[in-house]
Design a protein around this ligand. Structure first.
Ligand SMILES: *Cc1c(COP(=O)(O)O)cnc(C)c1O
Length: 377
């Protein structure tokens, strides 16, 4: 699905130098490269505060701790996402409220979100799924009206731009009260181990979060709140500092691959290609979808056969996600009714994600697309 080796070979010298710099200084924790990467990412995202941490799941948990959410508070998120999002809500003894997604973008459905709001609702967690930013115009409006926090799960969409209805643009993850991301190796900006970060423009919240990641300490050995230990280590920061200047070109490479796929499948009646919210096709000028995944819907009932067929031909592909969160043992709840999740219940049966990374060449893309169109003829 990804070609981390091919990508590394392209950037070997800068990454190796960065790692060597850490080894030479032997400052493995909170070294200068962590600060440098933090600053560079703040500049790139145009956000006041980046708080690095150990992974994207921690980032979500710490964001929720920082907002002071309490047991019983309801937090609304999408039914169709990676489990980390709902996991931390449950872990903190908050009440997860899963809602269906939009049939075109696969992001949280605005009507379902509105219907799920109760007096106990305290926060919304939009997930910018597969690299496409959720409908933040609508989500901001709802949050304002009901006085709710917005925590953007931006693990899959770092580098994406959101274009507001009035034409202004803002980086995904910097729009809500707080945003989180993951630097897991296969993410769009991946390190060579685990890593994550939290973003906010709120000075007070940033201060709170910096203490929480560090055992609740604001003054050394004085623990004001219950915190956690969640750090981005210096070697990972070194890798990320070397890769950050390439992120825009990585997004462009992904969009080019998506464009190739879209064209190849355009006339196939069994395939629904991804839609982008602000544009009808993968447009040349905007960065609204950064294709963490390129995900098709196979509408003729042959998704599972195609999955096996492609694996047989040595073409990696994956089903993200095969089970709706509301059906998972850990997250079942008597309040959920199957008829409230028509889109997710359909997507889990039809979606298939194709290889998507920065090193895909025309020959590979041709082989992949021809194998699929031949099978679905
Ligand atoms: C990857 C991912 C996470 C978790 O990130 P980790 O670094 O693996 O903990 C959270 N949410 C979404 C949507 C993700 O894709």
């Amino acid at each position: 699905m990804v070609d981390l080796q091919g990508q590394y070979q392209q950037i070997k010298e800068t990454v190796d130098n960065s790692i060597q710099e850490v080894l030479n200084s032997s400052t493995y924790i909170n070294g200068p490269l962590v600060k440098e990467f933090q600053k560079n990412l703040e500049d790139y995202l145009d956000v006041k505060h980046v708080i690095p941490c150990a992974n994207g799941t921690d980032a979500l948990q710490i964001a929720m701790m920082g907002l002071g959410l309490e047991q019983g508070d309801e937090v609304i998120t999408a039914d169709f996402t990676f489990a980390a999002t709902v996991e931390v809500i449950a872990l903190l003894k908050l009440t997860p409220v899963l809602v269906d997604v939009d049939s075109k973008t696969y992001n949280i459905d605005i009507d379902a979100l509105k219907k799920a709001i109760t007096p106990k609702t305290k926060a919304i967690v939009p997930v910018h799924l597969f690299g496409q930013v959720a409908n933040m115009d609508a989500i901001l409006e709802i949050a304002r009206e009901h006085n709710l926090f917005i925590i953007e799960d931006n693990a899959q969409a770092i580098g994406a731009d959101y274009t507001f209805k009035n034409g202004t643009k803002q980086k995904a993850g910097t729009i809500g009260n707080v945003g989180t991301t993951s630097f897991f190796p296969s993410k769009n900006l991946g390190c060579y181990g685990d890593g994550g970060a939290i973003f906010t423009n709120d000075d007070k919240l940033a201060h709170t979060l910096r203490g929480i990641v560090n055992h609740g300490m604001y003054t050394r050995y004085y623990h004001d709140v219950v915190g956690v230990n969640s750090r981005l280590d210096s070697i990972q920061a070194g890798v990320l500092k070397a890769k950050l200047p390439l992120l825009d070109s990585y997004c462009e490479a992904r969009r080019n691959a998506a464009r190739f796929y879209n064209n190849a499948f355009a006339n196939n009646s069994s395939i629904t290609t991804p839609t982008t919210a602000s544009c009808d096709e993968v447009c040349d000028t905007c960065n609204c979808h950064v294709f963490h995944q390129y995900t098709l819907q196979i509408t003729n009932g042959k998704r599972d056969e195609l999955h096996k067929h492609l694996l047989g031909k040595g073409i990696p592909n994956a089903i993200y996600y095969p089970v709706a969160l509301h059906s998972q043992k850990a997250y079942k709840d008597a309040r959920y009714k199957e008829e409230d999740f028509p889109v997710t219940n359909n997507l889990i049966k039809t979606v298939i994600s194709l290889p998507m990374h920065t090193e895909l060449d025309k020959e590979q893309l041709t082989f992949i697309t021809e194998s699929i169109t031949n099978f679905l003829k």
